[in-house]
Design a protein around this ligand. Structure first.
Ligand code: NAD
Ligand code: LMR
Length: 339
């Protein structure tokens, strides 16, 4: 591979050549916030993905180093690292999938909504650039509070005239990953075989795992189901507290983000029956954005699937999460339209 650098002293731009791969379509994936706690392991995992032909790593600083590092891995993709806003357009041009883990993480005692003031502005400016440089990309939003950042992105795209509700996703895969892990532990089943849909949003009580639909089936008591639900809802906080001021989930999030991006790429490539949970524009409830199972295809969301049968506990919990989720959605929409 050849490495190019804009200048050896400033190191704002580094690229290394790709390797050919027969019969797999060319796909460019951009990661915005790629030098961060999530961004770096996510860059590694995307470099390992054979569906990626170009990996574009963007951050305000530090990305040429991350790019040079992962570019030595002997897999298909060309890797480019871009640092600084003046390179954002180049980082985005031609992207099929844009993954956004840019923004500040929580510290103990904070809610995800406490990140709104900083992250809303970051997401808004990144989405403005996406509308300009790669308006047809599938956007995977990781930056918190996801319940609000996805509506912000939608409003930015609407204003730019590029909004396509099929192409905007809030990444809630980590909730599914956690629900599967915690369920397998209690149900004593093979974790690799577990499936659990998680619906609603991505913050506290808005996260609703549907353990009544979990497979393989297990006879868990109501008490255990409630405890599993609470642990899934508080999974992020569990990590924030354990990291004691050094951030939130990064490694499990990178894993979850890589699974979701891979599903998007498979959908784009025409693989049938790719289904993942995601927070998307939705008619499944009266809320304009809602996480549920989504079938992915060549244009992004092919179908937002219904919720399926819910237990009485899940029905009640669903009703009680709606006011908080709606207010986070409205907060995002208001922010995007006022500033
Ligand atoms: P981090 O601070 O380690 O990394 C964030 C990166 O974003 C940094 O490298 C920073 O330079 C970069 N950044 C800041 N402003 C930017 C801009 N304008 N353009 C490009 N990059 C910019 O944080 P982290 O642990 O990686 O978390 C990132 C975000 O992901 C947080 O908001 C966190 O709450 C969220 N998160 C979401 C989930 C989820 O399930 N959706 C899970 C974990 C974390
Ligand atoms: C998570 O669920 O781990 C993330 O949303 C980060 C957080 O702040 O909890």
């Amino acid at each position: 591979a050849i490495a190019r650098s804009s200048s050896s002293s400033s190191r704002t731009y580094v690229c290394a050549r790709a390797y050919s791969s027969d019969s797999v379509p060319e796909r460019k994936v951009a990661v915005l916030g790629a030098a961060g706690g999530i961004g770096q392991p996510l860059a590694l995992l995307m470099k390992l993905n054979p569906l990626v032909s170009k990996l574009s790593l963007y951050d305000i600083a530090g990305t040429p180093g991350v790019a040079a590092d992962v570019s030595h891995i002997n897999t298909r993709s060309e890797v480019c690292g871009y640092a600084g806003e003046e390179h954002l357009g180049k980082a985005l041009e031609g992207a099929d999938v844009v993954i956004i883990p840019a923004g500040v993480p929580r510290k103990p005692g904070m809610t995800r909504d406490d990140l709104f003031n900083i992250n809303a502005g970051i997401v808004k400016s990144l989405c403005t650039a996406i509308a300009k440089y790669c308006p047809h990309a599938l956007v995977n939003m990781i930056s918190n509070p996801v319940n609000s950042t996805v509506p912000i992105a939608a409003e930015v795209f609407k204003k730019a005239g590029t909004y396509d509700e099929k192409r905007l996703f809030g990444v809630t895969t980590l909730d599914v990953v956690r629900a599967k892990t915690f369920y397998a532990g209690k149900a004593n089943v093979n974790v690799a075989e577990v499936n659990v849909p998680v619906i609603g949003g991505h913050a506290g009580i808005t996260i609703l795992p549907l353990f009544s639909q979990a497979t393989p089936k297990a006879n868990l008591s109501d008490e255990v189901i409630k405890a599993l639900t609470k642990r899934t809802q508080d999974g992020g906080t569990e990590v924030v507290e354990a990291k004691a001021g050094k951030g939130s989930a990064t490694l499990s999030m990178a894993y979850a983000g890589a699974i979701f991006a891979d599903a998007c790429l498979k959908g784009l490539n025409g693989v049938p029956d790719v289904v993942e949970c995601s927070y998307v524009q939705s008619n499944v409830t009266e809320l304009p954005f809602f996480a549920s199972k989504v079938r992915l295809g060549k244009n992004g969301v092919e179908e937002v699937l219904g919720l399926g049968p819910l237990s009485d506990y899940e029905k009640e919990t669903l009703e009680s999460l709606k006011p908080e989720l709606l207010s986070s959605i409205e907060k995002g929409i208001k922010f995007a339209n006022q500033s």
